[in-house]
Design a protein. Sequence first.
Length: 191
Amino acid sequence: MYRSALNDERELLRLVAAGDERAFTRVFDHYHQRLGQHIYRITRSETVAEELVHDVFLKIWRNRELLREVENFPVYLFVISKNAALNALKKIAAEKLKFTDLDAASEGEPEQPDDYRYALIDEAIDQLPFQQRQVYLLSRHQRLSYNEIALQMGLSKETVKKYLQIATASIISYIGKSVKMSPILVLKIFF
């Protein structure tokens, strides 16, 4: 992500750790634009990216004593910013889900978030081809092993494994399209 580090980065980080604001400003000036681009690639929102860049650098400043132990600042910055971006996306998705739940409740849909989630998952399962649905239900609902499912359905263990992978991906995709969010967020919120 970050190809060129500051020439005197270790010294600057030592100064930042000691509370030197000018050193911090140099680090900020050097990395903030690339950090913003990195966060934008994850969030696809300029506003969120701008906010998170400031949040990340604020967090670095508040925990500046930790910089003494950082061996590779660009990687450290990458990890902090990635986590901040993913947390922001999770929060946005939860808010979208809350609004979706409110809309659904006003239209006579299940009022409880869990009821809505289960209804959506059931709907996704119903969309699966017959054998994938059977494999999924035997695995997830009856907790049968691959071998037990293979014996019961007359399939190979590898076919069962493949059907379960395809079924799970299809369910995640279906839910993602239904609530208009990324598959990663679907996994975090629904499963």
